[in-house]
Design a protein around this ligand. Structure first.
Ligand code: DGY
Length: 323
């Protein structure tokens, strides 16, 4: 029997690529070259399954290409705001994602950014490398305590709850959250978490605000100049969700004017073209979208895609189907 044709847009962990090669008539991206919209259109016309990642944009004009063969987009990643889900639905293309397996590693990066921003970790590293460190001094690079501070979470899904566990049980932090629906009672009790009535309430009460809401039109620029203005001058903003949840220019202004103390960012508007003004600021820590970037997690994400493809090609419902 003919093997299904599968197109992988970027380089995946070796063990997952080996399984893909054994099971499918697969085209890999060995050179890991970012592909163009025209290449995605051709892939949709020539393959049964196309497997994009968060850095591949699939807007309606790509998805609506004529003479399509593709029946499933097996997304490598949990976020799917880079895919026009309505267009996929209209075109009868199934879209799946990889929830659950990247929870802890992404929460670890959120805590990393929180600690780096609070304790000026990246700035200290730059000073040492530039041979600008002239010895210990009681007032050198003073920073902010994390232990016992208040962490405010915007969104309270899996990753936010994992961060809250690390922050509360590891660092004795007090947990506030805003989420449209209340969290499960056991989770709330275990974290002693307080649900706030609004985003604004979390932002104005927290020492550290960490974003965990989905990207997309509804949350675009949720953190804007007015909301940054509500934050304490001593507070830090952490973003491991999606870049466009934060108005970059407003954040740059707030950091430049010391309206807030710092920010830690793993995601950006228009990745990887980071707004150049971020690079000039010492009070922002910048990571290159590392949330899920451990070998175990990326392998588990690939295996999730494999499981979704296997279900689909065996006539079953893929477990992580979005549409
Ligand atoms: C995702 O899966 O959406 C993450 O952003 C990838 O790290």
């Amino acid at each position: 029997m003919r093997k299904p044709k599968v197109f992988i847009t970027r380089k995946w962990p070796a063990s997952v690529e080996a399984t893909l090669t054994a099971l499918y008539d697969v085209t890999l991206n060995e050179m890991d070259r970012p592909l163009t919209a025209d290449e995605f259109k051709t892939a949709l016309q020539e393959y049964d399954a196309v497997c994009p990642t968060v850095c591949d944009t699939f807007p309606a004009d790509v998805i609506n290409v004529t003479n399509k063969r593709c029946k499933i987009l097996g997304n490598f990643g949990v976020g799917y705001n880079h895919i026009d889900i309505n267009a996929a639905k209209q075109q009868g293309i199934i879209v799946t994602n990889t929830p659950g397996v990247l929870t802890e590693s992404t929460a670890d990066i959120a805590m990393t950014l929180l600690l780096m921003s609070a304790r000026r970790g990246a700035e200290g590293d730059r000073i040492v490398r530039a041979q600008q460190w002239h010895g210990w001094c009681p007032t050198h690079m003073l920073s902010t305590d994390v232990t016992g501070a208040t962490l405010g979470l915007i969104g309270f899904g899996r990753i936010a709850q994992a961060m809250a566990r690390k922050a509360h049980h590891g660092f004795g932090m007090h947990i506030l959250y805003y989420n449209p629906s209340p969290a499960n009672a056991d989770t709330v009790a275990n974290l002693n978490a307080v649900r706030c009535d609004s985003v604004d309430e979390v932002i104005s009460r927290a020492d550290f605000v960490s974003l965990h809401c989905p990207g997309g039109a509804e949350t675009k620029h949720l953190i804007n100049a007015a909301r940054l203005n509500l934050m304490k001058p001593s507070a830090h903003l952490i973003n491991t969700a999606r870049g466009d949840v934060v108005d970059s220019q407003a954040l740059i202004d707030a950091l430049r004017n010391k309206q807030i103390a710092g920010a830690g960012l793993d995601v950006y508007e228009n990745e990887p073209d980071i707004h150049a003004d971020f690079l000039k600021l010492d009070n922002v820590t910048l990571l290159p979208h590392l949330g899920s970037a451990t070998l175990n997690t990326r392998t588990a994400m690939g295996e999730k895609v494999l499981a979704n493809l296997a279900a689909f090609f065996n006539g079953k419902e893929p477990m992580d189907r979005i549409v």
